[in-house]
Design a protein around this ligand. Sequence first.
Ligand code: HEM
Length: 179
Amino acid sequence: MKGVIFTEFLSMVETAHGLDMVDTIIEKSDLPSGGSYTAVGTYPHTEIVSLVINLSQEIDTPVPDLLKAYGIHLFHFLSSSYPDFVNNTKEPLDFLEQVETYIHVEVRKLYPDAELPSFECSRPNSPNELHMTYHSVRHMEDVCEGLIRGSLQHFNRTADIKRQSVDDDSELFIITLTN
Ligand code: HEM
């Protein structure tokens, strides 16, 4: 997993809970990398899981809540780092459809070793209801939900988000715009 995923997570923890908390969770997580991440490096995705589990214990907050909050934070970081990707569309559901067909395609060109999920999108019932099936062996469904919520915030829209497990490595998100 790219180092930027780790550096942004630790920056969110530092802002919310201070540098001592960052040091505590790095020490407790016993990480193969030692916890010194560079944005361009690549590290095992299991390290983010260890960091989140330890943060969850330290601040007594459920892991899924932390992962969703992190996804929202990560979206705002990614959209300010790559403004061209988000300025290409005005509608959040059009934007979300483009993650698979455009954004992650461009990300792959920039970072050939990126570990990206894949998505299948359709709007079977209404133009305001996107069915987005996430596939990834890394099981970052909660981060994915946060990224979807961050996208909606970016476009100043609200939506109802329902989730259904499809199989071991797939989850369906049904995103229905409410304004
Ligand atoms: C400006 C927009 C975006 C950019 C630049 C971007 C870029 C990236 C990058 C660099 C990674 C890390 C790859 C790695 O660590 O090897 C990643 C992972 C990921 N992205 Fe995106 N992304 C964007 C938007 C989104 C959105 C809106 C979603 C959700 C619908 C999404 C879903 C994910 C997920 C879930 C992962 C974690 C890896 C996995 O689950 O397998 N991304 N993305």
